[in-house]
Design a protein around this ligand. Structure first.
Ligand SMILES: [Zn+2]
Length: 143
């Protein structure tokens, strides 16, 4: 939990995440999520969860934002704000944490929020302290 007022760029990103959440396609779970991803170059990529009738085709808000940014060539990230409308705001799922492991620095900040306010901030390395990543593939014995 953080009792300090978040910096202006994070308050702005929170607004962007709330806005993105309003575009969530969640007819099955009714669980809408918004995300705003801040890049090292100063851009903000929005994401919302996009469900699918196949269920398996669903994509979380965090991954939508990350994939949008990567597809546009922006690969450095400083912060992500994740918004849910629950009394106890949700953290990224394990699938999203794995995708974050591919691109985030250990210190990249994950801000957990509801529609009204930010409840806490955590470094990526605290949420996934032992990620599986490119280093493991490089260390693997070949053949
Ligand atoms: Zn997820």
């Amino acid at each position: 939990m953080t009792s300090q007022k978040p910096p202006e760029k994070i308050r702005h990103a929170h607004e962007k995440a709330v806005e993105a959440r309003s575009r969530a396609h969640a007819p099955y779970s009714k669980f809408k999520v918004g995300a705003a991803l801040l890049t090292g170059s100063g851009r903000v990529f929005q994401g919302c969860n996009i469900e699918n009738a196949s269920y398996g085709g669903a994509v979380c808000a965090e991954r939508v934002a990350i994939l949008k940014s990567v597809s546009e060539g922006d690969l450095t990230f400083t912060d992500i704000v994740v918004v849910t409308d629950t009394p106890d705001p949700a953290f990224p799922c394990a699938f999203c944490l794995q995708v974050m492991a591919e691109f985030f620095e250990p210190e990249t900040k994950i801000w957990i929020a509801d529609l009204e306010r930010i409840h806490g901030v955590h470094e990526f390395q605290k949420l996934l302290p032992h990620p599986f990543g490119p280093r493991q593939l490089g260390d693997a014995k070949k053949g």
